[in-house]
Design a protein around this ligand. Sequence first.
Ligand SMILES: [Cu+2]
Length: 132
Amino acid sequence: MQKTLFLVAALLLGSAAAHTEVTKLTPAAGSTVTAPKMIAVELSEPVNLRFSNFKVYALPAGMDAAKYAASKLKLKNDASARADVPQTYKGMAAKLNVALKPDLKPGDYELMWHLLSDDGHPVSGQAVFTIK
Ligand SMILES: [Cu+2]
């Protein structure tokens, strides 16, 4: 009986620990801005950035943002096609800046990410903003 209770408690605790989320983006998702130098990303908790991947791509008109992210996050050696300046993120942090290339043309841009939650689960997501 005691063993069962312990197991239930462990399961409850496990499900209470939420996955890491992106809590704030500057520029915000859905916003229209003059070309920013970077995107400031805030997370709900520190994660090991070494296991994180952030990319920015120009989003073609009519493209599904989630499908686009899924296809682009996998690519390697795609620096020239990206709108961000690829960099190596490392260390435990809940904040980071994704540097953008200068002189980005007006249009929709998609920030896409894949990170390792503090509980060990992978989390993916994306956000679209517009450069005017
Ligand atoms: Cu989890």
